[in-house]
Design a protein around this ligand. Structure first.
Ligand SMILES: NC(=O)c1ccc[n+]([C@@H]2O[C@H](COP(=O)([O-])OP(=O)(O)OC[C@H]3O[C@@H](n4cnc5c(N)ncnc54)[C@H](OP(=O)(O)O)[C@@H]3O)[C@@H](O)[C@H]2O)c1
Length: 238
């Protein structure tokens, strides 16, 4: 297997970091990114240590189109091309619609949705140049199940699901596969900042990384375009 070059947005912690680690373990060359270059470089160093692959860090705030272009250009400069883009960067700020701050609405749409557009637009010409590749969008079960307080998050992930399906149709004839991975609750501390040990029923970031590794092993003729993954035994609701 030829080592893949993969870019993962928002990979300084949580699901993105677990995906980056799993790909380095596979022997791939990986670009780790997050808003601060210093954090991305630190994580890249940490996950390169066990090998056999290699990671490098590039700062990228996905809300900023110029930084998304620089992320992809930087990857090409470091590793000679791009095969896989994982659009993972995301945030959740939860409040009822009339209590939601405008800046929280904007931040979620600009990160979870616009960021995917900016990074994908920058990456696709390079994937085409390699003869194909894969774009994996980390959506959410919140992309098809609404909840109170989730208006912005639901809107962003619902939008991302539609966008992923359209991208899949746009790009399949170019040899580029597009998949939307839709996790349920993952114990990363998403929204709160710290994983909670009492949430042992939740999925782990490594479970989602496993989905990505398994996806990349599919033969070229097969395209799993949407994957839902949920905790098998969540606490029962009253
Ligand atoms: N945890 C869950 O239950 C769950 C469930 C379904 C889907 N998801 C989705 O999975 C993805 C990852 O979530 P997670 O749980 O791993 O969250 P997390 O632990 O909070 O990590 C979020 C990552 O996104 C980065 N990030 C945030 N804003 C960014 C921006 N503007 N530009 C670039 N990077 C940015 C953060 O890096 P910096 O702070 O270094 O910038 C961090 O690396 C998100 O898209 C989320 O919606 C999560």
């Amino acid at each position: 297997m030829t080592p893949t070059v993969a870019v993962i947005t928002g990979s300084t912690r949580g699901i993105g970091r677990a995906i980056a680690e799993a790909l380095v373990r596979r022997g791939d060359r990986v670009v780790v990114s997050g808003r601060k270059a210093k954090d991305a470089q630190r994580v890249a160093k940490e996950i390169t240590a066990p090998g056999p692959g290699e990671a490098r860090g590039i700062g990228c705030d996905v809300q900023k189109p110029i930084q998304c272009q620089a992320l992809i250009a930087g990857t090409v400069e470091l590793f000679g091309g791009v095969d896989v883009l994982v659009n993972n960067a995301g945030l959740g700020r939860f409040a009822r619609i009339h209590e939601m701050k405008s800046e929280d609405w904007d931040a979620q749409i600009r990160t979870n949705l616009d960021g995917v557009f900016h990074c994908s637009k920058a990456a696709v010409p390079h994937l085409i140049e390699r003869g194909g590749g894969w774009i994996i969008n980390i959506g959410s079960l919140a992309g098809r199940n609404a909840f109170s307080g989730g208006a912005a998050y639901n809107a962003s992930k619902w939008g991302l699901l539609g966008m992923s399906e359209a991208m899949m149709l746009d790009l399949r004839q170019e040899g580029i596969r597009v998949t939307c991975v839709m996790p349920g609750s993952v114990n990363t501390g998403f929204g709160s900042g710290v994983p909670d040990p009492s949430d042992g029923w939740k999925l782990t970031a490594e479970d989602i990384a496993q989905v990505v590794v398994d996806l990349l092993a599919f033969p070229p003729r097969a395209l799993p375009s949407k994957i839902e993954i949920r905790p098998s035994r969540p606490p029962q609701k009253e």
